[in-house]
Design a protein around this ligand. Structure first.
Ligand SMILES: [Zn+2]
Length: 112
């Protein structure tokens, strides 16, 4: 089964671009072009994103702390931090486009 196969109707209705935009388990998802049901990137993508953003935040914090001690880092701190932020937004989408299976979007009702 292709990673671009819709989990609701079984048709290969997604491509790298639409899959990248489908987001994670907690997002709204992207409608299937065949059946119109919402699909998201599955659990693997959610776990990947969690680990990836944790590493990114730790890296940003570490650079922030150690930058004054290193001439190179203090000089490039702002572009490096900016690069990490862009990476945190862009890289998961690229990974989602080519990895992980699609999952039907499940609306989790907020607990009241
Ligand atoms: Zn479908």
């Amino acid at each position: 089964m292709s990673i671009y196969t819709c989990p609701n109707c079984g048709k290969k209705a997604f491509g790298p671009a639409t899959k990248a935009m489908a987001g994670r388990m907690n997002s709204k998802g992207k409608p299937c072009q065949n059946c119109g049901k919402l699909c998201v990137n599955g659990q693997g993508a959610t776990i990947f994103n969690f680990i990836f953003s944790t590493i990114g935040i730790i890296a940003m914090f570490t650079i922030f702390l150690i930058a004054p001690k290193f001439e190179f880092l203090s000089y490039y701190e702002v572009p490096i931090q900016f690069g990490i932020v862009i990476g945190l937004i862009v890289i998961p989408r690229i990974i989602f486009a080519f990895c992980f299976k699609l999952h039907p979007s499940i609306r989790i009702e907020p607990m009241s």
